[in-house]
Design a protein around this ligand. Structure first.
Ligand SMILES: C=CC1=C(C)c2cc3[nH]c(cc4nc(cc5[nH]c(cc1n2)c(C)c5CCC(=O)O)C(CCC(=O)O)=C4C)c(C)c3C=C
Ligand SMILES: [Fe+2]
Length: 398
């Protein structure tokens, strides 16, 4: 075939540059938390099969080894063809890094299952319980561990998930998987990147704390409280919520009502108290709008962050993905937000903010159905280290 003439079954072009992008695996914190979010994500929850602390350590070492390879990429080893191949082959004989990150987080049940680990559980880790608007479905909740896969292409995440499912089959039993994505947005004329839109059509992330501000992340994201076990310092609590969106109902809701519910303009993402040139990064002035004439008192953003001096301690770092899973049995689209929030303190962070949001008008359009609370251990220091090593060392010392 002529190279210049595109054909029906040619592979889509255009990711050679982004395929080469990589995120360092080693460091004080795990990647995939304050790392710029690529276009695709998968959250996979597993239960752990481990009879002893030795088993848990072996599992964590193996997981670290696979994650180090999958995130940095490289040639897949060749094997005797009488054996199953070393790799699924989804990405070909050389795995491209593709901005892949794999982030491990541990659930309450991970610690409860091992007598040696129980006393070392992070102080605020708990099993997620139902909020008033929730309709939690047991088969998409909790898990001993979750792995968050993020990459430019969903194929890379699927490849990484398949690799881990295969190589850790002795230790990990899959519980649930949710795949999500965020729509790529071209940079604005001034070079800044606007926030991506969620499936309700609003820009999502505008008021997030700045993940490049290390001092801020030290307060908001990385666990360091004196009552937390020493091994947990430098880790972070992860709240995962699978939040179904009633998109058919939303698409029949007047624009003014949609904007009132969020407290932001749909096109620009700007707060509603701004002028016609306001942008999504502008900060609303609630003191000048004490009765909610511009930004309703029960709007999503005003409830989630009333911007009082006290509100600062409830800051969280949101890093969600949109999900679409075809149709439900009731004939509605199964779409929503794979909400992921990171925080130094789960109680002061996600749980406090969700309690502020309880009863918000947005509830008519959303239904949280799954997820869980987890704790991401600190990062892997170097090639000799492994994920969760501080926890295992502390358990052996106890
Ligand atoms: C408990 C925490 C939160 C849940 C759950 C949540 C769900 C949720 N949010 C949107 C859409 C938007 N959220 C926005 C802002 C925003 N949301 C939360 C928290 C939760 N959201 C916070 C803390 C904030 C920031 C508030 C502020 O500081 O002003 C916005 C506005 C733009 C932005 O800042 O991101 C949108 C849009 C959906 C659709 C959803 C559940 C499906
Ligand atoms: Fe929100």
């Amino acid at each position: 075939r002529e190279a210049a003439q595109p054909n029906v079954d040619d592979a889509p072009h255009g990711h050679a540059e982004t395929a080469a992008q990589s995120v360092p695996f080693h460091g004080p914190h795990q990647a995939g938390i304050v790392t710029p979010r690529p276009a695709n994500g998968i959250v996979a929850a597993f239960d752990v099969v481990a009879a002893s602390l030795d088993d848990v350590e072996t599992m964590l070492r193996l997981l670290t080894e696979r994650a180090a390879f999958l995130t940095q990429g490289g040639a897949v080893p060749e094997r005797d063809p009488r054996l199953p191949p070393a790799d699924s082959g989804l990405l070909g004989p050389v795995v491209a890094p593709d901005n892949q990150t794999i982030t491990l987080a541990l659930g309450d049940s991970f610690f409860e299952a091992q007598p040696a680990l129980k006393p070392l559980k992070p102080a605020r880790l708990q099993r997620m319980v139902q909020f008033p608007n929730d309709a939690l479905e047991a088969d998409i909740c909790h898990g001993d561990i979750v792995l968050q896969f993020c990459a430019n292409l969903q194929d890379s995440n699927i490849h990484a998930l398949r690799d881990i499912v295969k190589n850790l089959s002795e230790y990990l039993v899959l519980r649930w998987v949710y795949e999500g994505s965020v729509p790529p947005v071209p940079p604005a004329p001034d070079g800044s990147t606007p926030s991506a839109r969620n499936f309700l059509g609003f820009r999502d992330g505008s008021a997030n704390p700045d993940a490049n501000d290390a001092e801020m992340m030290g307060r908001v994201v990385w666990t360091a409280a004196p009552d937390e076990p020493a091994w947990a310092h430098g880790g972070s609590y992860q709240a995962v919520r699978i939040i179904r969106n009633f998109v058919e109902r939303w698409d029949r809701t007047p624009l003014r009502e949609q904007e009132r519910i969020f407290g932001r303009a749909k096109n620009s993402g700007a707060p509603l108290d701004g002028g016609p040139k306001a942008t999504e990064r502008d900060v609303p002035d609630y003191a000048a709008d004490p009765d909610g004439a511009k930004t309703a008192m029960n709007s999503h953003i005003r409830l989630a962050n009333p911007r009082t001096p006290d509100a600062d301690k409830h800051l969280i770092l949101r890093r969600p993905f949109n999900y679409a899973r075809g149709a439900m049995k009731n004939g509605h689209l199964d779409q929503g937000l794979l909400f992921i929030a990171w925080q130094a303190d789960l109680q002061q962070g996600f749980i406090a903010v969700q309690n502020l949001l309880n009863g918000e008008p947005l509830e008519e359009y959303i239904k949280p159905v799954g997820g869980g609370y987890f704790f991401a251990p600190p990062g892997v220091a170097g090639p000799e280290d492994y994920l969760g090593s501080g926890l295992i060392d502390a358990a052996r010392r106890a």
